[in-house]
Ligand binder design. Structure first.
Ligand code: MTE
Ligand code: MO
Length: 227
């Protein structure tokens, strides 16, 4: 299968994000995913309990809304649906209908995903990338992976999930308003303007964001040695 409309292949898998040149957030000693919103009681799930669920591996391309695609990445972890049915659903009060999940990373990045999109077959909470633990450039210690949706849905450093019963209000201004679903084959790049029309503007962002993001990348920040 070729690339989705308007995408161009890149070599490797660059670090890319609104973190720009900031280094990745520190990983807590006992990382958890906080579960909030429409639950009987809010709670924190240790990642360790999540990783003991049945495992799943997928190989897929990764598409950033700005227009670059990294090909052939193998992610391994737990299917989001498996995780949701086993650990989240039991905490939802009967009769409550969840429409969206707002996923947030340790660095504050957040994306709201419709319940149907996040329960799709190819959505994973990834622990490993290409046979290694996901590194800090790509979302340690756990990352949401939804290859049918643009990168911005694929929240790195996943640390909080909020259950919503209505669509969340828009927080972005009209210029860079991301599409609420961001499906790559539908080219849902922008919330107001057709995906095709924003291609050149988004493409112009790739070089500066890649440059800045690489400055905050892991290999430039070797861990400080403890005495
Ligand atoms: N926590 C967090 N997740 C994030 C981002 C971010 O800045 N912080 N950027 C998003 C965007 S726009 C893209 S394209 C991908 C980039 O993922 P990568 O750095 O692994 O290439 O992460 C997405 N998830
Ligand atoms: Mo992106």
């Amino acid at each position: 299968m070729g690339l989705p409309p308007g995408q161009r292949r890149v070599e490797g898998f660059p670090r890319f994000g609104t973190h720009l040149s900031r280094p990745a957030p520190a990983i807590p000693a006992d990382p958890v995913i906080e579960v909030r919103g429409a639950v009987t009681e809010e709670f924190a799930l240790p990642l360790a309990s999540l990783w003991s669920l049945p495992r799943k591996e997928i190989t897929a391309d990764f598409h950033c809304v700005a227009g670059w695609t990294a090909t052939g990445l193998t992610w391994e972890g737990v299917s989001f649906e498996t995780f949701y049915r086993a650990l989240i659903e039991p905490a939802i009060p009967p009769g409550t209908s969840i429409t969206h999940l707002k996923c947030r990373g340790l660095d504050g990045w957040a994306a709201a995903v419709t319940i149907e999109d996040i329960l799709a077959d190819d959505v994973l909470i990834a622990q490993n990338l290409n046979g290694q633990p996901v590194d800090s450039d790509h979302g340690a210690p756990a990352r949401l992976v939804s290859p049918s949706q643009y990168g911005y849905i694929n929240v790195k450093h996943l640390s909080r999930i909020e259950l919503l019963t209505t669509a969340p209000p828009t927080t972005e201004g009209p210029l860079l308003r991301s599409h609420p679903r961001g499906r790559v084959w539908e080219e849902e790049r922008h919330g107001l303007v057709p995906g095709r029309a924003v291609r050149p503007f988004y493409r112009a962002l790739i070089r500066p964001i890649r440059f800045l993001s690489s400055r905050g990348a892991r290999h430039r920040h070797p861990p400080t040695r403890q005495p």
